[in-house]
Design a protein. Structure first.
Lengths: 287, 116
């Protein structure tokens, strides 16, 4: 295809563009608009987070004790490194250094898989501890059956330390303040509504753990899984895009210095990193 | 620093990329360290400020916004403008209902889980 293109016509230049520079700018403009929609897509979840945290800070203070700060920081570092390597990949593609480009794409892919592996460790820990979203939230259900694992113990061990006590003080487990005059508010059965209430039929031992737990603690885990899950899907998409770039590089697409594909994937990947910077702060580092 | 492609697109030097990368790592360390100091409600704002500096570094240097056409920066800033309006007004609205909340009980969540 490239061999029989006109002598003074760039084979990569679509006929409706004046110049390669204009074509490049148009592609970047389209990508920026797409990135805006991505930020607004996450914006809905950030809004849910902000509203729930403003109304019920005790749920977030309780919930963040079950997230591993160290693993979250590790993933932040991994993503920052991947942002760095893909920024270098763009430079390599611009300068037609195909070897460096492949190396940097490979390193970025390793970081992306590393990120997902850490996420897998975190998710499986929560899965075994029953720390799940909405109606699946049942932290006590697993206390009996796998008492040897570290997961069930962590629920009880972590509670007394740090702000666990403060959270408990701020939010009594039995939120039964003096019934207010409003008839339909007093009819809400407090702790028994959620799955946590159902689970308390387990044993007396389970009830010691639930003492510090505010009502509707599952809200935190619903928001956690939605935000990190949507972000994880974006990481998967980025992996697919980078594999495609590697295939393109292998085919020789970037030998001509036509680096727009690398440029656009890198922009996408940086936004995935940007969103994680905020997720790490807002979910793991609650004070 | 002043390298350019045939299209006139800016090429970042390796030195610049490394400097930004290290700055981002230091920012992450700062964010984590800051959570060990109890500054009350200031904590979240300090954290958000550091995160925003990191986001700016990524956008300006890794995403080439500094050398890009200003219109692209304008589009990107619009995203945050609308995000601010969205979250800000939602928070203003929900704060109107603060005194109707039962402490420790997320109104609507329990009944939604119950009624499906």
């Amino acid at each position: 295809m490239a061999s029989h293109a006109g002598a003074h016509h760039d084979p990569h230049l679509a006929h409706h563009f004046e110049s390669p520079a204009q074509q490049h700018q148009a592609a970047r403009l389209g990508m920026w608009v797409f990135l805006v929609t991505e930020i607004l897509l996450f914006g809905g979840l950030f809004c849910a987070y902000a509203v729930y945290r403003a109304n019920h800070p005790e749920i977030f203070i309780f919930g963040h004790h079950f997230l591993d700060k160290g693993l979250g920081a590790l993933n932040t570092v991994i993503l920052i490194c991947s942002s760095f390597t893909i920024a270098w990949a763009v430079r390599a593609a611009q300068l037609r250094q195909i070897g460096v480009l492949k190396l940097m794409l490979g390193l970025t892919l390793i970081c992306a898989f590393g990120f997902l592996s850490v996420k897998y460790v975190e998710y499986s820990h929560k899965w075994h501890a029953g720390l799940l979203w909405a109606r699946s939230y049942a932290p006590q259900a697993h206390h009996g059956d796998d008492a040897h694992g570290p997961a069930p113990g962590s629920l009880q061990m972590k509670l007394p330390e740090g702000e666990g006590g403060a959270g408990a003080a701020a939010a009594p487990a039995q939120p039964a303040p003096a019934p207010v005059a409003d008839p339909d508010r007093s009819s809400i059965p407090p702790a028994a509504t959620g799955p946590a209430g159902l689970a308390s039929e387990d044993a007396g031992r389970a009830e010691t753990a639930i003492v510090a737990e505010p009502a509707n603690a599952q809200t935190f885990f619903s928001i956690y899984f939605l935000m990190t899950g949507l972000h994880g899907i974006h990481v998967l998409g980025g992996i697919g895009a980078m594999l495609w770039l590697l295939a393109c590089a292998h085919r020789g697409d970037f030998d001509t210095g036509h680096f727009i594909k690398v440029d656009l994937v890198a922009l996408y990947w940086h936004v995935v990193d940007l969103i994680w910077i905020y997720l790490f702060l807002l979910l793991y580092l609650i004070h | 620093m002043s390298e350019h492609t045939d299209n006139g697109v800016h090429v970042s030097s390796v030195r610049l990329l490394v400097v930004v990368w290290i700055a981002l790592l230091i920012g992450t360390w700062l964010t984590v360290t800051a959570t060990y100091f109890d500054l009350g409600s200031l904590n979240i704002w300090i954290g958000l400020a550091i995160a925003t500096v990191k986001a700016l570094l990524v956008a300006l240097y890794f995403m080439h916004l500094r050398w890009d056409r200003p219109f692209n920066a304008f589009i990107f800033l619009c995203a945050f403008l609308f995000l601010g309006i969205f979250i800000g007004i939602a928070l203003m609205d929900t704060s109107q209902y603060q005194d109707t909340l039962i402490p420790g009980f997320a109104t609507g969540v329990g009944s939604a889980a119950e009624g499906g």
